[in-house]
Design a protein around this ligand. Sequence first.
Ligand code: G4P
Length: 534
Amino acid sequence: MTDVARQAARRRTFAVISHPDAGKSTMTEALALHASAITQAGAVHGKAGRRGVTSDWMEMERARGISITSAALRFEYRDHVFNLVDTPGHADFSEDTYRVLAAVDCAVMLIDAAKGMEPQTMKLFEVCRHRRIPVITFVNKWDRPGREALELLDEITERTGLRPTPVTWPIGPGGAFHGVVDRAAGDKVIRYTRTPGGATKAQETELTHEQAAAEFGDDWTRARDESDLLGAIGADHDQKEFESHQSTPVLFGAAITNFGIGRLLNAMVDLAPAPSPREDVSGGARPLESPFSGLVFKVQANMDPAHRDRIAFVRVCSGRFERGMVLTHAATGRPFATKYAQAMFGQERATVDEAFPGDVVGLVNATALRPGDTLFEGPAVTYPPIPSFAPEHFAVARVRNAGKSKQFRRGIDQLDGEGVIQVLRSDLRGDQAPVLAAVGPMQFEVVQHRMATEFGAEISLDRLDYSLARRTDAASAEHLVRQRGAEVLARSHDGALLAVFSDRWRMRSLQSDHPNLVLEPLIADTTDTGASRA
Ligand code: G4P
């Protein structure tokens, strides 16, 4: 095995997907602390360390209690390197989530034991299905009264179509959580004991079945019977099925008391796939040992007011990344210097000298890079672009103070480049009044906020009465000019022509008047299961 192959095999690059409040932040922190608590024996993480894990850079995120920006968190466990890529928590940023999930090899689906599958969990799950990302399920908050474990398994099957294969099984109902049967480890019984204040690991004790019977009484009998039943109905883990998105290993725990976190990390090491060769636009796959290549999945500017710069997050797809290497930007053919490469740990930044497949590198001053771009060294490669979603909300942006038009233009271009919002233009509307197109309306708030605080250009937004976009061509555009309830706009970043309509009926009636109109669907929001690519 080459060094690159060996390093790749040690990587686990994943995201935690969940409905807001299911415990994603608590889980993220618990994973990172559990892992580093083991690798840095004796290290105590104080309050400052804990804060470093959160990725709430923006004032607005704090104010609204949502996470918009995403970064990657890296930690080590059992000689493996984990890259946990953060996904935005709110449905309005599902396009961003889609891009972020382009960078991972596995997802942990976090379910609140009392609430089961919630809408945003489903939505994110659909993205994973679409991208064929294997999913490990973690039922959280078992320290509180919730649903029956078997009932939750039924819900997972019904809602996702995946066969749940419990890796651990809880002893005690929600609210009386004694421990788990580790089904993946020959039905080992683990008792969890809460460790008081600030501890990063729950105390775990292995018990014999006799000890479990004596200590937990009926709760043990029930757990054992249920676990046996699962075995009898064949709910055991099958690696092939898991990797081909037909089954999901399930674990039970409580992130807040660190119960089950170690088991989850073990499942990630033992079951989650390591990076594998990524398919390029030609349909071939670049071997991991090939020279460096990477995919830009996120661009973010001004994350930290102390460093006003633009960072592109790149997932390494093949080869070894070495800081200082000069790469080629596949979209332009231009060289790209990587002198300033960084790893992120929430707000903390550290220089990265070397990275391997699965790792996430932050490239500073990446003005030319957009999400979906490929960087490579040696033989050329281009990975498939990450498709844009079909926007459903439209608004005309104008600068409030005409003296700030330069800042306005710079800001809009910047936010367009980051993919915060889609920017559409037309000759009729002119450059001073671009149309902003969003998947969710909260994207507008982010733009308004960032334009004012980062670029000093306050903007007004006038909502347009459109709700639907289709890709079209120049010939069709001629038919659509000056039609009521429709308009053709050009997407700024790639010039694609989008026809926008007030509603489906308007679009259909225009289609029946002009049967030759080209109107191709863009990738739809993932709740719309008829999704197809742009
Ligand atoms: P999110 O990022 O998915 O939105 O969830 P977050 O971690 O912020 O957790 C949401 C709430 O659920 C928090 O409570 C958190 O403490 C709680 N929580 C997370 N994991 C567990 C768990 O395993 N068991 C229990 N009982 N609660 C859990 P909060 O009251 O909203 O905030 P806080 O004051 O506790 O921080």
